[in-house]
Write a protein that binds this ligand. Structure first.
Ligand SMILES: [Zn+2]
Length: 67
C-alpha cells in the first residue's frame, strides 16, 4: 500500500500516512494537529547481499573406448 512519510514543521514529527488518492487531502500532524507538514520523498530500501564464490567443479572423466 502507498505509504507516504510526512514531517511536521511544528514539532518535527515524522509520521507515515496512507494516501490512496493522488491528491493530497487535508493532512494534519497526528501529534500536534498542525497542517504545516511536508511530504518526504519515498526511499527505497537498498539491501546489498555479499555473496561471492561460485563452486565450479572441473572434473572430466575420460572414458576411452577402443574401437
Ligand atoms: Zn506536529
Amino acid at each position: 500500500m502507498p505509504i507516504y512519510e510526512y514531517t511536521c514543521n511544528a514539532c518535527n514529527e515524522i509520521f507515515a500516512l496512507l494516501q490512496w488518492n493522488p491528491n493530497e487531502k487535508d493532512t494534519a500532524c497526528p501529534r500536534c494537529g498542525s497542517q504545516n507538514i511536508k511530504k518526504l520523498l519515498s526511499q527505497f530500501s537498498c539491501s546489498s547481499s555479499a555473496d561471492s564464490g561460485s563452486s565450479s567443479g572441473g572434473s572430466s572423466s575420460g572414458f576411452s573406448g577402443g574401437g
